[in-house]
Design a protein around this ligand. Structure first.
Ligand SMILES: NC(=O)c1ccc[n+]([C@@H]2O[C@H](COP(=O)([O-])OP(=O)(O)OC[C@H]3O[C@@H](n4cnc5c(N)ncnc54)[C@H](O)[C@@H]3O)[C@@H](O)[C@H]2O)c1
Length: 347
C-alpha cells in the first residue's frame, strides 16, 4: 500500500482550523504530521485538532522543514507571510497549498512560481469559491458554450458593515490590503476562471476610507485599522474587448451585503446568486434555475484540497495554478496603483 502524504502546516489560525485541517483529516491519502505557528495557543489548538504530538509542533517553519520529512506544506499565514514559507517549503522539496490572496505583489508571485519550477513540485493557491456547487455548474455551462463568448462581467463582494475583527485582516503590516485583497480576490478569481483568464491590459480604480470606524457586525477595533481601504471599485480592460467591473467593501452604506458574479456573453449569461442561467431559445429570453446542480462536490476548501491531492498522487494539473493567480495579483496591484495615482494604469 502506498504511504500517505505527510503534511505540515504553517499557520494554524482561523482558516486553518476552520477549513484546512478538517479537509486534510478527511482524506485517506494524507496525514498531518507537523504544525508550525508563532502563536503557541494557535499552534496547540491546531495540533490538538490535527492529532499532532508536541514533539512535532514548531514556532519556526525553517526548523519544521529541516526536522520533518514532509511531502506537502499548507500555508495559512497572513497575506504578507505567504511567499517566504512557500518558497522555503518548495526549496525543501515539498508540494505547497497556499491561502489567498496568493501574495502581496505580482513580484512575490513570480518568485513563488520560480521556486516551484526549480523544485519541480506542485504549487496550488486556495481559491475555494471556484469549488462551490454553483461555481462548478456555472463553469460547466460556460465551458460548453452556454454563454458564447463572454465580454463583460460584474464581480461584487460588498459587505455593508463587515470589517473583520479576528486575525490580521485590518493590519496593513500583515495583510497589506483591505477588502480588495481579502474578498475582492474571491469574486475576481471566480469571474476570470469563468471567462477563461483573459489577458488584462489596464485598470482604472478608486479606493475609499471613509466609514471603517463605524461599528461592524464583527466588532472590530477601529484604532487597529491600518489597511488602505474599506471599499475598492475598479474597471478592468482585457484583450479581445473584454471588461470586468469589480467592487469589494467591508463597510458601505448599502441596503445590505451584496455578493454576486454575473458574466455576460454573446449567447447567454450566468449569475451566481441566486444561481441563474440566461439563454435565448425559440425567440424568448429565458432565466433558467436548475432543479438540481448535478454532481455535488465536497464544497469550497475540501473540494479543492481533494483535487490538489489527486494532482499529487495521480500526477496532473493543480486545481488553481499560480500562473492564474499571477494574473489576478497583477490586477489587484493595478487597482491599488490606479487609486494612488488617480488614473488608469497598465497591468
Ligand atoms: N479562503 C478563505 O475563505 C479564507 C478565509 C479566511 C482567511 N483566509 C486567508 O487565510 C490567511 C490566514 O487567515 P486567518 O483568518 O486564518 O488568520 P489568523 O490570524 O487567524 O491565522 C494566521 C496564523 O498565522 C500565524 N503566523 C503568522 N506568522 C507566522 C509565521 N511566520 N510562521 C508561522 N505562523 C505564523 C499566526 O500566529 C496565526 O495563528 C490569510 O491570508 C487570509 O486571507 C482565507
Amino acid at each position: 500500500m502506498r504511504d500517505k502524504l505527510r503534511v505540515g502546516f504553517v499557520g494554524t489560525g482561523g482558516i486553518a482550523r476552520g477549513n484546512h485541517i478538517p479537509a486534510w483529516l478527511a482524506l485517506p491519502d494524507a496525514e498531518i504530521v507537523a504544525i508550525c505557528d508563532i502563536d503557541p495557543r494557535a499552534a496547540a489548538l491546531g495540533a490538538e485538532m490535527a492529532g499532532v504530538e508536541k514533539a512535532h509542533v514548531y514556532d519556526d517553519y525553517e526548523k519544521m522543514l529541516e526536522s520533518e520529512d514532509l511531502n506537502v506544506v499548507d500555508v495559512c499565514t497572513p497575506n504578507s507571510v505567504h511567499m517566504p514559507p512557500t518558497v522555503a517549503a518548495l526549496e525543501a522539496g515539498c508540494h505547497v497549498f497556499v491561502e489567498k490572496p496568493v501574495a502581496i505583489s505580482a513580484d512575490e508571485v513570480r518568485r513563488m512560481i520560480a521556486a516551484r519550477d526549480r523544485s519541480q513540485k506542485l504549487l496550488c493557491v486556495t481559491q475555494n469559491m471556484r469549488y462551490s456547487d454553483e461555481a462548478l455548474a456555472a463553469k460547466r455551462f460556460v465551458d460548453a458554450g452556454g454563454i458564447g463568448d463572454p465580454y463583460w462581467a460584474k464581480a461584487e463582494y460588498l459587505r455593508a458593515r463587515g470589517v473583520p475583527a479576528w486575525g490580521s485582516f485590518i493590519d496593513a503590516e500583515k495583510s497589506a490590503g483591505g477588502p480588495c485583497y481579502d474578498i475582492g480576490v474571491h469574486v475576481l478569481d471566480l469571474t476570470l476562471h469563468l471567462m477563461g483568464f483573459p489577458e488584462p491590459i489596464s485598470v482604472s480604480a478608486n479606493t475609499w476610507l471613509e466609514i471603517a470606524d463605524k461599528p461592524s457586525v464583527m466588532q472590530h477595533d477601529p484604532k487597529k485599522y491600518t489597511v488602505p481601504e474599506e471599499l475598492a471599485v475598479g474597471f478592468i480592460r482585457f484583450e479581445k474587448n473584454i471588461c470586468v467591473s469589480l467592487g469589494a467593501s467591508w463597510a458601505l452604506n448599502a441596503t445590505g451585503n451584496q455578493n454576486n458574479v454575473s458574466v455576460y456573453g454573446t449567447r447567454g449569461g450566468v449569475q451566481m446568486w441566486p444561481f441563474t442561467l440566461v439563454k435565448e431559445e425559440h425567440g424568448m429570453m429565458l432565466n433558467c434555475t436548475p432543479q438540481s446542480l448535478g454532481k455535488k462536490g465536497l464544497g469550497g476548501h475540501a473540494e479543492e484540497i481533494k483535487r490538489f491531492v489527486e494532482a499529487i498522487v495521480r500526477g496532473g494539473k493543480v486545481p488553481v495554478p499560480p500562473e492564474q493567480t499571477l494574473i489576478t495579483q497583477r490586477i489587484l496591484d493595478g487597482i491599488y496603483k490606479s487609486a494612488r495615482e488617480g488614473k488608469e494604469v497598465a497591468v
